[in-house]
Design a protein around this ligand. Structure first.
Ligand code: ACO
Length: 358
């Protein structure tokens, strides 16, 4: 449930504030996909199942080794997610056991694929997941080859919760359209990953840091924002189709960022971001343009030592939960999407031989 004018977000009736503080990403994923919070036994079984599927086939790792190191990790993720369909080709969309297995496989393997591409492009061999680490801690471990600080892992887990679901955004819509053809869930996720990659959607969190670097100092904030207004240029990490107040996820991310900076040292870009938020409110607030989820997430990820072009793949790791929830729901009452189009082109006209064309 998203209440854009009140700045409220809840997953299946539970507020995002409660979930970010009290839940874990896997528990939230279970809630989204199966509709209710799991009891301790169900959560334990689910977590163990996800853990047991974290490894990826060596052929997928070998395939990733053929990708160009300069390629964007979102493209690598889209190709790898689609490749899962080659390995798990059975498709039984009316079988709840199949749906559960596919959901678990995707939740388990997407982080491993993101981390594997990161190590491969650095010239390292991907490392195996560690069963003694939580979902979030294991991902950070596979990415950095170091066991993360518990606070860093907890904050990263909260970031995954905040990005797990957001009703019918562009990538979820893309997932639904693909799902409605009754293709396999790997194609559904691959299609959604491609949609999430764009700078007007998940890709904005990368651009926020570039924008802060371009602004450079507090004195430049006002002139930069004035230029944006005059040239109708967008402030990255601002504005939302649904929220006309500050995105509640941005407020939570800001407090997570502050916890990280208190513990691991401050970041000058955060001070700049706060000034951008303050000064943008005077100029854009009346039009309902406020920070969205992407505004502070990049600062958190950078402090966690995550490279900038992995911010969107991390968004994808989290949003897989929401895509799968919508996929499952779509299968329950499916009809193929076939929007009609308002055609404004030519009506029938006589064929023109090539030599007669202008
Ligand atoms: N900075 C400046 N002006 C903006 C911004 C912004 N970030 N966002 C919207 N506007 C202005 C537009 O220029 C437009 O002005 P106009 O009416 O004078 O032409 C007006 O607000 C409406 O803009 P639309 O593009 O119609 O709004 P829409 O709801 O379609 O856009 C979007 C939403 C795409 C998120 C937009 O706000 C944007 O481009 N933001 C920057 C990119 C970004 O941060 N994306 C992440 C979104 S959150 C997510 O996907 C996870």
């Amino acid at each position: 449930m998203v209440e854009g004018t009140l700045g409220q977000l809840a997953y299946r009736g539970y507020s995002i504030e409660d979930l970010a503080i009290r839940s874990s990403f896997l528990e939230t994923a279970y809630l989204l996909i199966w509709g209710d919070l799991p009891n301790a036994e169900a959560l334990g079984t689910f977590s163990e199942e996800v853990k047991s599927h974290r490894r990826i086939k060596f052929r997928i790792r070998d395939m990733m080794k053929c990708f160009p190191e300069s390629g964007h990790p979102m493209d690598a993720l889209q190709a790898s997610a689609a490749a899962l369909g080659l390995f798990y080709s059975r498709r039984a969309l009316d079988d709840p056991t199949y749906i559960r297995a596919a959901a678990i496989r995707l939740l388990a393997k997407i982080p491993t694929m993101v981390a594997a591409f990161q190590l491969i492009r650095k010239g390292h061999d991907p490392i195996q997941p560690r069963d003694d680490l939580s979902y979030a801690a294991n991902f950070l471990y596979m990415l950095t080859e170091q066991e993360p600080d518990p606070l860093a892992a907890r904050i990263f887990d909260a970031c995954l919760i905040l990005h797990a679901e957001h009703s019918l955004n562009a990538s979820t819509f893309s997932a639904l359209v693909t799902a409605s053809t009754l293709t396999d869930p790997y194609a559904v996720v691959a299609s959604a990953v491609g949609t999430l990659a764009g700078p007007l959607h998940g890709g904005a969190n990368e651009d926020v840091l570039d924008m802060l670097d371009t602004i450079g100092s507090v004195e430049n904030v006002g002139p930069y924002l004035d230029r944006c207004m005059a040239e109708k240029k967008r402030i990255m990490g601002f504005g939302h189709r649904v929220y006309k107040v500050k995105d509640p996820r941005a407020a939570i991310l800001q407090s997570l960022a502050e916890q990280l900076f208190d513990r691991f040292g401050s970041d000058a870009s955060y001070d700049l971001a706060r000034v951008v938020e303050e000064q943008a409110a005077d100029r854009f607030g009346a039009r309902g343009i406020y920070p969205n989820v992407d505004f502070y997430s990049g600062l958190v990820y950078r402090k966690l030592g995550i490279p900038q072009d992995l911010f969107t793949p991390i968004f994808a790791i989290a949003r897989v939960a929401g895509w799968l929830a919508h996929w499952k729901e779509q299968l329950g009452a499916n009809r193929i999407f076939r929007p009609s189009q308002v055609y404004v082109g030519h009506r029938l006209r006589p064929w023109q031989p090539i030599e007669a064309r202008p």
